[in-house]
Design a protein around this ligand. Structure first.
Ligand code: GLN
Length: 446
């Protein structure tokens, strides 16, 4: 990290001292265990990981990439993080993110952008770009991210690593700072599906602190014994191969699908007919939920407080100075979509179409076991390329948003490089709570 951080800027906060202390304690436990062979050590003891600065770690500042939380030190740890800490991990730092996870490049971070380790003139994707870059640059073997509309999978694709976005409700959102509460999930970025799975399963499961988590029979990852994917039905939706997309992305993804067929899979062309509405639906629902979730940053309860003479002025100045341009845009969009007179036309309508999108997936998963698509229409774009064009930035998410709207799990993994040597990713999706299938398919491929 010391050697590369000035070029990559993957981190907002490093916790080197505490990490060394934790690592020494882990060493001491290992040494002590030699004398007590019956003692079982936590499975991940001493494993260094990084955590996106949107998940809280008690006593470590959590900025969410925003000025408004510049000095916010949470007194509690996110459940997903706590479970890994209980399993023995050592946290080395908090990674860069677009402000409140709103973005696809990390350029919306108030602390400056992260750069793609494959080409530092390009973005690492976002919003979990710091985590993806830290893994790709071998700063850490794995990192945690969050995914509301693609923020684990898109940066995983841009940086050539593997990223899992779980089923909504599989991993607790307690301590995951809310963006779009009905879409938010916490996931893992790592070098392989196997590594991601090793961290993922301990994070998952019911949490009394998050009422949307569900009790599912514990799914334990086993290295698949069978050498093939015999009988696996792979759906390829025609709506995910757009005319304007980068030809090499389509080529590499189609080649990877052929490889899955060689491993025993059966390929079926399928249709997810409401795909084209996912983008407008997401950009109504996510900002609507964000506008409500971000109301708590009023200069009184958390973070930055402007000095002012009246309460109204205090709210106004704290929010005007504390939030960046993209966050303000989303708050305005969301407030508009929720306002009297427009609520039914925009938010209400979007919720109905969201149901149609979810049904597309439910019907597709009657016919196939997994769905394979590209993660993004292009490989990593240049720093600044979409800076003044929020709509072009929103288009980055066309292939990842439907998964969050439907609540199903998705996994991104590298399947090759384009002509410029930039990684190309493939996305596979499965029905609710079938993360095991995704890990197993990617494991076979890798
Ligand atoms: N890029 C999308 C957005 O800006 C998704 C971000 C995310 O998944 N957090 O909303």
């Amino acid at each position: 990290i010391e050697r590369l951080e000035s070029k990559i800027h993957a981190f907002i906060t490093l916790t080197a001292e505490k990490a060394l202390e934790d690592a020494r304690r882990a060493d001491a436990r290992r040494i002590a265990a030699h004398r007590h062979p019956d003692e079982t050590l936590p499975s991940l003891l001493g494993l260094p990981i990084a955590v996106k600065d949107l998940l809280t770690v008690a006593g470590v500042r959590c900025t969410c990439g925003s000025r408004i939380l510049e000095n916010y030190v949470p007194p509690f740890t996110a459940t997903a993080v706590q479970r890994l800490v209980d399993a023995g991990v050592v946290i080395v730092g908090k990674t860069n993110t677009d402000e409140f996870a709103m973005g696809s490049s990390t350029e919306n971070s108030a602390y400056g952008a992260t750069f793609n380790p494959w080409d530092t003139g390009r973005v690492p994707g976002g919003s979990s770009g710091g985590s993806a870059a830290a893994v790709a640059a071998r700063m850490v073997p794995a990192a945690l991210g969050t995914d509301t509309g693609g923020s684990v999978r898109q940066p995983a694709a841009f940086c050539g690593v593997t990223g899992i976005k779980p089923t909504y409700g599989r991993v607790s959102r307690y301590g995951l700072v809310a963006y779009g509460s009905s879409l938010d999930t916490a996931g893992v970025l790592a070098h392989s599906a196997e590594d991601a799975a090793i961290l993922f399963w301990p994070m998952a499961g019911f949490d009394p602190l998050d009422a949307t988590t569900v009790e599912q029979p514990p799914s334990v990852w086993h290295t698949p014994e069978s050498e093939t994917l015999k009988g696996l039905r792979i759906g390829v939706p025609k709506e995910y191969f757009l005319p304007g997309m980068q030809p090499e992305v389509e080529e590499k993804v189609r080649a990877a699908i052929r490889m899955l067929a060689e491993l025993g899979g059966e390929v079926h062309e399928i249709s997810l007919p409401h795909t084209e509405y996912a983008l407008p639906v997401y950009y109504l629902i996510a900002p609507a939920e964000a506008s409500a979730n971000l109301a708590r940053y009023d200069g009184v309860r958390f973070g930055y407080r402007a000095s002012a003479d009246t309460l109204g002025e205090l709210f106004n100045l704290s929010r005007s100075r504390g939030f960046g341009a993209e966050v303000k845009r989303r708050i305005m969009l969301g407030t508009y979509a929720l306002s009297a007179g427009y609520y039914e036309a925009y938010y209400g309508q979007a919720q109905k179409v969201r149901t149609l999108i979810r049904r597309d997936f439910e019907e597709a998963f009657q016919q196939v076991d997994i769905i394979a698509t590209p993660v993004t229409p292009t490989t990593a774009f240049r720093v600044g390329e979409h800076r003044d064009d929020p709509l072009a930035m929103y288009l980055e998410d066309v292939f990842t948003l439907p998964t969050n709207l439907a609540g199903v799990p998705g996994l991104a993994f590298p399947v090759g490089f384009d002509r410029q040597g930039l990684p190309v990713g493939m996305q596979i999706m499965a029905s609710h709570f079938r993360e095991d299938l995704l890990f197993s398919v990617a494991y076979h491929y890798q």
